[in-house]
Design a protein around this ligand. Structure first.
Ligand SMILES: [Zn+2]
Length: 278
């Protein structure tokens, strides 16, 4: 699911390649889902939003809603090393050391460079909205998923987490706050609004029954929703391609959470989805 917002982004302290287009008027446009449109003016809720610093010692960032908050995330370096050459069902380890990050990024960059496509190096911030609990595993899974050799690196993209000047911000948000990002976002699904990629905590924790009942796992669902929503940020639209034959892997950009259309769950871009326009 995503919400079109032109090419604009919400003004904030964050810089990025789209900064020259900030002033552009927000354009509504709702894609996906039967959505309950609820406008919530949540002053109290906005105070619960924070942006997580890669430095981890502390973070200070002006949020998209204008509030400034301080947050800290404890670091953990005890995770076992593991390459990203996992099987589809395998869980990623919960945390990553800087050394592991470097290894994963180097492999992603190698895949991107050998793809024959234009190299895109994206910086992303990670943020939370509401009470989402510990985010270490979320941080790890986002990084591994985006840089997985089976994923967007095959289209020429690599992703590094940063604290400022991000090309996109990836949120983990309580479901009740989804509509604060845009009126067309749904409490039932994840969403993308401009440069903001918002992962719905309820979906993160539970997936979608129809997806899981057709052979998916929660670990794979998490990768699918990250890759799908970030795919919107890269220029892709919902259902630009759809299931071509029963039993085949569903296109990543098909709205798999809503309907697999007789295909099987798939969390990686298919060959004909390996392009980037934004
Ligand atoms: Zn979508």
């Amino acid at each position: 699911m995503h919400i079109h917002q032109g090419n604009g982004r919400i003004p904030s302290s964050r810089g990025g390649r789209s900064s020259g287009r900030r002033g552009r008027r927000r354009v509504a446009g709702v894609i996906c889902a039967a959505v309950v449109v609820v406008l919530v003016v949540g002053v109290a809720a906005s105070l619960s939003l924070r942006v997580i610093s890669r430095a981890r010692a502390s973070s200070t960032t002006t949020t998209s809603s204008g509030s400034t908050s301080l947050g800290s995330v404890s670091a953990s370096t005890s995770a076992p090393a593991s390459s990203s050459g996992t099987t589809d069902d395998q869980e990623y380890p919960a945390t990553l050391t800087d050394s592991q990050r470097s290894t994963i990024l180097a492999r992603a960059r190698s895949v991107a460079k050998s793809s024959g496509k234009t190299l895109h190096e994206y910086k992303y911030c990670v943020a939370t909205k509401g009470d989402v609990g510990d985010v270490e595993s979320f941080i790890s899974i986002v990084f591994r998923t985006l840089n997985d050799p089976r994923g967007w690196p095959r289209a020429g993209a690599v992703f590094t987490q940063a604290s400022t000047r991000c090309d996109m911000t990836i949120y983990l948000s309580e479901a009740q706050y989804m509509t604060q990002f845009a009126s067309g976002c749904s409490e039932n699904y994840s969403c993308r609004v401009g440069d903001e990629v918002i992962i719905n905590l309820t979906r993160w924790n539970h997936g979608v029954d129809s997806w899981l009942d057709n052979g998916g796992t929660l670990a794979r669902y998490r990768r699918m929703v990250i890759d799908h929503e970030v795919g919107h940020r890269l220029g892709h639209k919902d259902n630009e391609t759809t299931c071509d034959a029963a039993g085949n892997r569903a296109p990543l950009m098909q709205e798999q959470s809503m309907n697999l259309r007789t295909c099987i769950p798939n969390e990686w871009p298919l060959d004909d989805e390996l392009w980037i326009s934004n």
